[in-house]
Design a protein around this ligand. Structure first.
Ligand code: ATP
Ligand code: MG
Length: 402
């Protein structure tokens, strides 16, 4: 780009220089023809008047006859009763045959003015062309600031490669991210208010009912406690998600062992699963060193394992399998539950998304969103796959230390 702009500017300067050199060399620098002819006529008039005054009109006439051949474009008229005293008034020197005395009317500066005008037009066109990408970006930024987040400029800057194409691609990428973030924020606000509204409305109805029928308190108490617990979990989930998202800009990582984080989660799951005959199996190395944020990793794997427990049938199996490669740690949590409909797999990590298999009234759809935020903070990847013949696999890939 720099080279191209340099080429255009240098080329236009050279062209302007050449244009001026051409015009100047093409110019006739001698006195204009018309001026010479007027001077010739003046001199002839003076000569003849001088001769008539100092000698005689006849001498002036015979002088004109001698030199007339050398001045074909002049015509001399001696008026009647011409004498030496009135010579000035009665000798008329004119251009012969009405020859055009105005041919010298071409102004001396005209070619230069034409050259300057042509190069100015060229400069305007060139500057318009060179500043077009900047004007496009500026107007697109204006549109973005006015809230038109679907503004894109790749098609408007139809350049193949180079800096301008890269600028357009970066702008579009930034606008796309901004649009995604804004839309997900709006969705989140909508979902949060929707989720909070239902238990609050139930609590308000219960209070109104109890005012009228206080004797129903024992019956309502259980329902009210369920709603309060749900609200409590909801607020905790939202705050955790917001806190983890805020961490994205303030990384605080330490050297830790992922196996130490998984161990208490799995032993809790083993304990909880025992009551339903669920077997929790771990297969992997004793040590999984990495750099990370212990609380985030704990919440991420706790949510995944809790889901596996929740969706496993009685006497099912939860297999946690870890692999460490030179660059990454891969943890897979597989259960023997029903899995998830294929079309829902990719959206499970969005806040407040619950699958069609989710038990009504249980869970808020925040667990996997929290896990995904925590994993993305570590520069890792989380994915959901349906296992064969049944069950769900959540695969988390994290960068290994060193
Ligand atoms: N192991 C699993 N087997 C089947 N479906 C699952 C499994 N894990 C998650 N899901 C599906 O993914 C959805 C989202 O899970 P997520 O953990 O985000 O929310 P939740 O468990 O419903 O609520 P909570 O916020 O309490 O965790 C669940 O509602 C469920 O439909
Ligand atoms: Mg969950």
């Amino acid at each position: 780009m720099l080279l191209r702009v340099f080429g255009y500017i240098w080329g236009s300067l050279l062209l302007t220089m050449l244009l001026f050199v051409g015009l100047v060399s093409g110019l006739d620098m001698s006195a204009p023809e018309g001026a010479m002819r007027r001077m010739d006529r003046e001199l002839m008039q003076r000569d003849l008047v001088f001769l008539a005054q100092t000698d005689s009109v006849a001498a002036a006439q015979s002088h004109w006859q001698r030199v007339a051949a050398q001045h074909p474009d002049l015509a001399v008229r001696f008026l009647d009763a011409c004498s030496g005293d009135t010579a000035e008034a009665c000798i008329e020197v004119a251009f012969a045959n009405n020859s055009n005395a105005a041919v010298d009317a071409v102004p001396f500066l005209l070619p230069l003015l034409v050259g300057a005008a042509v190069s100015a037009l060229g400069a305007i066109a060139l500057s318009q062309w060179l500043t077009r990408p900047l004007r496009t970006v500026s107007s697109a930024l204006q549109q973005l600031s006015e809230g038109q987040l679907n503004t894109r400029i790749r098609d408007r800057l139809q350049t193949g490669t180079g800096e301008v194409a890269r600028l357009a691609a970066s702008f579009d990428h930034a606008a796309e991210r901004l649009q995604e973030l804004t839309e997900s924020r709006q969705r989140l606000f909508h979902d949060v208010s929707h989720e909070i509204r239902s238990p609050l409305a139930r609590l308000r109805a219960a209070v109104a009912l109890l005012e009228l029928r206080p004797e129903r308190l024992p019956e309502m108490q259980q329902k009210m406690e369920t709603d309060i617990t749900r609200l409590d979990q909801l607020v905790d989930g939202i705050l955790t998600l917001a806190r983890f998202e805020a961490y994205q800009t303030e990384p605080e990582v330490e050297a830790l062992d992922l196996a130490d984080i998984l161990e208490p989660i799995l032993s809790d799951a083993t304990f909880e699963g025992e009551q339903r005959g669920i077997h929790v199996a771990y297969d992997g190395p004793d040590s999984l060193p990495m750099n990370g944020h212990a609380e985030m990793l704990h919440r991420a794997f706790e949510n995944v394992v809790r889901n596996a427990l929740a969706y496993s049938p009685d006497h099912g199996t939860i297999a946690v399998c870890c692999r460490a490669t030179e660059r990454s740690l891969v943890v897979e949590v597989r259960d023997s539950g029903p899995g998830v409909a294929e079309g829902e797999l990719s959206s499970l990590f969005q806040p407040f998304v619950r699958g069609a298999n989710a038990t009504a009234g249980q869970g808020m759809g925040l667990g996997l969103a929290i896990a995904a935020t925590a994993v993305s903070f570590h520069g890792g990847r989380i994915e959901a796959l349906n296992a064969s013949p049944t069950g769900l696999v959540i695969r988390v890939t994290l960068p290994a230390s060193g």
